[in-house]
Design a protein around this ligand. Structure first.
Ligand SMILES: *Cc1c(COP(=O)(O)O)cnc(C)c1O
Length: 231
């Protein structure tokens, strides 16, 4: 069951308070951290709630589900793909998503670049890095990240906004925190070596966003804390 708007507003305010608190503790400005509403598995009305609250964007993890919901949503909100992308879905993903956070191969870059060129758009992407070295997670291995970034930077219809990671599932909060710290270090090194800004660090979800913000997240991807559990 989706919350009504008043309940959604209470939950979103509470998430923003967590972000503000984590920022205060680490000397950051809360304005540097965006809240992305993860609407996967919820009806299109979830995106309407997020838009009405004033969020810029929503996140979906499946291409077709995102396309269907976008078609049902009147509100002006940006759509970001946060789930693993297979190359046979890359063309429709480029057509229908404002940003793709899960780019982890040159093959994907290639198809996205060609599709974006045909569509007359610049495709914004994040490079997904498996910063937690988790065999269960997709994303490029940290040592492969420089090569993937170099491949992205030479493609004219691709714009790299930054990096994304998902922390390994663990009862130990230190594991998530170390994963987020590692992504920031990878970003800092890549940005310096390539003289690109790579502003976005997409890291942190309902359970671990506090640690992610403490380590420099600029974009937390939150589903459960806003919309409740998924079936
Ligand atoms: C589902 C999902 C989220 C949101 O997770 P919650 O725990 O519900 O906040 C964030 N990022 C990705 C990549 C996801 O697939």
């Amino acid at each position: 069951m989706l919350p009504d708007f008043d309940e959604f507003r209470r939950r979103a305010d509470a998430v923003r308070a967590r972000i503000a608190e984590a920022c205060a503790r680490s000397g950051r400005n809360a304005g540097e951290v965006e809240l992305l509403a993860v609407t996967k598995s919820h009806p299109a009305a979830a995106a309407e709630l997020a838009a009405r609250y004033g969020l810029r964007a929503v996140g979906e993890n499946r291409v077709q589900e995102g396309i269907d919901k976008r078609a049902q949503t009147a509100a002006a909100v940006a759509w970001e793909l946060i789930g693993h992308l297979q190359s046979n879905k890359a063309r429709p993903a480029a057509r229908h998503f404002d940003r793709i956070q899960s780019v982890d191969s040159e093959k994907l870059l290639d198809i996205l670049d060609r599709s974006a060129c045909e569509l007359g758009k610049i495709q914004a992407v994040l490079l997904q890095v498996n910063a937690g070295l988790d065999p269960a997670k997709s994303g490029v291995e940290p040592e492969e990240a420089p090569r993937l970034l170099a491949a992205a930077l030479v493609r004219k219809n691709i714009r790299v906004d930054g990096l994304m990671t998902i922390a390994p599932l663990s009862d130990d909060p230190d594991i998530a925190r170390r994963t987020f710290a590692r992504l920031r270090e990878i970003r800092d090194r890549l940005a310096a070596d390539s003289a690109t800004r790579l502003r976005e660090l997409s890291m942190g979800m309902s359970a671990d966003l506090d640690a992610a913000v403490a380590e420099g997240s600029t974009l937390v991807r939150v589903g459960t804390a806003l919309f409740g559990p998924r079936n």
